[in-house]
Design a binder for this molecule. Structure first.
Ligand SMILES: Nc1ncnc2c1ncn2[C@@H]1O[C@H](COP(=O)(O)OP(=O)(O)OP(=O)(O)O)[C@@H](O)[C@H]1O
Length: 325
């Protein structure tokens, strides 16, 4: 478990982390999100004592990380996957780490099996692919059987198999009761992996809540409606002041009206509805909206990536039909 209380880090004149408080609980995967330069790596380094907070503190299982007698059993961290001694084999690397920490060699064999490096464990780690290096970094992090694991951008540069493997591993580590804290800028990946989110922008806390609660903070994208009485549905949407687009599959994408309002109006007029679904924002859309003012380094064409413009004639792209209000 990680508890940050009033954490602050100043580099010269730059305040990298401002008064940050959050908790990473055991048994779930907590995603750590923030635009580039928002202070994620700085925060992670402070958690494992690689950076000293300017103010505030961060505790792991109730104590500062550096006060733990068996640090490898407290936090297993993958902060820089490339930071492995390249001349040694994976086995020798893990054996050296284990020897320093008083961990038996049998655990080295266990973690090698766990990360699937059995066949290459005696080869020089310098010749490893990115995915193999990542597995070795994870094996090192798990060597001490830690109660908390922390991974900084673990799926960066991995192929789909590697990404799937890491996703399942995170979930399994959480299921075993560990606190799992993972940073990523890949929102779709986080939506599939994390249950809880800590979101920061310019070093300040934006959210410490479930993925569902975070997504619910932004307006739903619209309501999908299916009806065998399309003409009547158009009239209802017009009368209630909404707008409507016909989708390729024959459903309607209704905007500016809640599902309740559409359903109630349809019921009053005796119009049958076969589907009435509120379309929530994706995690990516919620993130873009809620961190819009907290982007440290914006591209020249700022915002361009956030806006999806429907293209006429493109399959799946709605043709919006504004209904008179
Ligand atoms: N050693 C340092 N000296 C000076 N400034 C630093 C140092 N480390 C980080 N910073 C600054 O602190 C801010 C936060 O950086 P940090 O690397 O923690 O962000 P991040 O969220 O991990 O970013 P990214 O997603 O790009 O890795 C940035 O403005 C960065 O330039």
């Amino acid at each position: 478990m990680i508890e940050a209380v009033g954490l602050r880090k100043v580099y010269g004149k730059k305040v990298a982390v401002h008064d940050l408080s959050f908790t990473v609980r055991p048994g779930i995967v907590t995603g750590f999100l923030g635009p580039n330069g928002s202070g994620k790596s700085t925060t992670m380094r402070m958690i494992v004592g690689l950076d000293r907070p300017t103010a505030g503190q961060v505790l792991v299982d109730g104590r500062p990380f550096t006060a733990h007698r068996a640090p490898l059993s407290t936090v297993g961290a993958l902060l820089d996957a490339k930071a492995v001694h390249t001349g040694r084999s994976a086995y020798k690397h893990l054996q050296a780490m284990a020897a320093t920490a008083g961990i038996p060699n049998s655990r080295v064999d266990e973690v090698i099996d766990l990360v699937g490096l059995g066949e290459v464990a005696r080869k020089r780690a310098g010749g490893f692919s990115l995915g193999m290096g990542q597995r070795l970094g994870i094996a090192s992090a798990l060597l001490g059987d830690p109660s908390t694991v922390m991974f900084d951008e673990p799926v960066n540069g991995l192929d789909p198999d590697g990404i799937l493997w890491i996703r399942n591993l995170m979930k399994e580590l959480a299921r075993q009761g560990r606190a799992v804290f993972v940073s990523s800028h890949l929102m779709s990946e986080m939506a599939l992996t994390a249950e809880h989110l800590v979101v920061i922008g310019k070093g300040r806390l934006i959210a410490d809540e479930s993925v569902a609660a975070f997504v619910d903070r932004v307006q739903p994208r619209g309501v999908t409606v299916r009806s065998p009485q399309p003409a009547e549905l158009r009239e209802i949407v017009a009368a209630e002041g909404g707008s409507l687009a016909v989708m390729d599959d024959g459903s309607f994408d209704v905007r500016d009206l809640s599902a309740e309002r559409i359903g109630d109006a349809a019921a009053r007029r005796g119009v049958a509805l076969h589907e009435l679904t509120t379309v929530k924002a994706s995690l990516e859309e919620a993130f873009m909206e809620l961190t819009a003012n907290a982007v440290e380094y914006q591209a020249q064409s700022a915002g361009a990536a956030a806006v999806v413009v429907p293209e006429p004639g493109v399959p799946g792209s709605p043709v919006r039909e504004e209904v008179a209000r």
